[in-house]
Ligand binder design. Sequence first.
Ligand SMILES: Cc1ncc(COP(=O)(O)O)c(C=O)c1O
Length: 392
Amino acid sequence: MANFDRVIPRKNTNSYKWDRCEEIFGTDDLIPMWVADMDFEAPKEVKKALKDRIEHGVFGYTFIPDSFYDSIIDWQFSRNNWKIEKDWIITAPGVVPSIKACIQSFTSPGEEIIVQTPVYFPFFSSIRLNGRILVENPLKFSSGNYRMDFEDLERKINDKTRMLILCNPHNPVGRVWKKEELERLGEICLRNNITIVSDEIHSDLIMPGYKHTPIASISKEFSDITVTCTSVSKTFNLAGLSTSYLIISNPVLRNRYVHTAQRNGLLTTNIFGIIALEVSYRYGFKWLDDLIEYLRENRDFVKDFLKERIPSVKTTELEGTYLMWLNFRELGLKQEELKNLLYNEAKVGLQDGVMFGEEGDGFMRMNIACPRSTLEEAMKRMEKAIKKHLKL
Ligand SMILES: Cc1ncc(COP(=O)(O)O)c(C=O)c1O
C-alpha cells in the first residue's frame, strides 16, 4: 500500500505550491495548502514506467498508441459506466487550454458564457481573455450547503447565451452533482441551444457514499451538446506532465474543436504524459482506492477538529475533490484581515475564497491532499491563531 503518511520535501523542485509562497502570500514560512496538487508520490507503476522510458534515452517524436485510447475507454466504463468510443477522444496539454479552445470553437466574441460561482477562477480569465461575456449563475448557499439555482439560470439566459461551463465535481464547494441536478441543468441547456463544457477533472476523487455522473453519459441528447474535459492530473498527481483529454461524441462539435486545436497546435501531448496516463489507468485502481480512503480520513479529521476545537469555522460537506471550502464568516473579519490572520499569524497558505467569485467572501479553500501530520500541524496553527484572535 502506498504510504501517504510519508512527508516528501518539495521545496526547491520548482513546485508552484511550495516554491511560490513568497510571491503569493508574502512569506514562505507557511504550510502551503492552496494550488490543487497533492504532496503524494504517483503510483509506483507510473514511476517505474517513466524510469524505464528515461533509461532508453532517446526521446524523439512519439505518436499515441491505440492502447492509450483503450485505457481511457476502459477507465470511463469501469469507473463511470460510460461507454465511449475511440473517435470521441481528443488529447490536449491540459484542461484549461482545452476549455479555452472550446470557447474559441463554440462561441464568438461578445457572446455570453455562464459559470456557477463560486467556481474555479481560470474559467473567468478564459472567458474574458477571449473577449466573451462572463455571466454568473451563483450557487445557492443555504443550511451550510450549495445547490444550483435553476430559476436564476433561466433568467440569465438570452439570445446571446452560447455556453455553460460546468464544474463536476465542483471546485471549490466540493459538491458531486447528483444525476437529477444534472438532468435539470441539461434540460435547460438543451432547450436553449447551449453547449455544455463539463470540466470533470476531479471526477475520480469521489468520497464514499457519492457517485460521479458524467453529464454526457445521461442521454444521447445531452452527449450531443456536451464536451467533457478531463485528465489524470488530479487523480494520480501528474499535473506537471501536461496531458489531458476531451470526450466529444457529436462529430460536428468535435470537428469544430479539432479545427481550433489544430490551428493552435493543441493536439500534442508528450512522451511521458502518454505513458503515465495509460499506466495509471491500467494499474492505478488500488492506489486510487487507498488514496480516497486517506483523503476521507483527512476530511473527517478536519471536520472533527473544527467541530471540537474551532467551532466558529464551518465547512461544507466534501463530497468530492480534496479541496475543502471553509467558512470563516463567524469570525467577523474582512477578507484582508482573515488572510492576514491565516498567512501571517497561523502561517497556513489557504487559497483566498474571493478568487472564486464574490460569494467566496469570508471563505478560504484548503487543500487536504497532504500527509496527516502536515494537516494536523496546520489545524493546530489555525486553532491557536483563531483562539488568540477571539481572546479565548
Ligand atoms: C476544476 C479544475 N479544472 C482544471 C484544472 C487545471 O487543469 P489543467 O492543469 O489540466 O489545465 C484544475 C486545477 O486545479 C481544476 O481544479
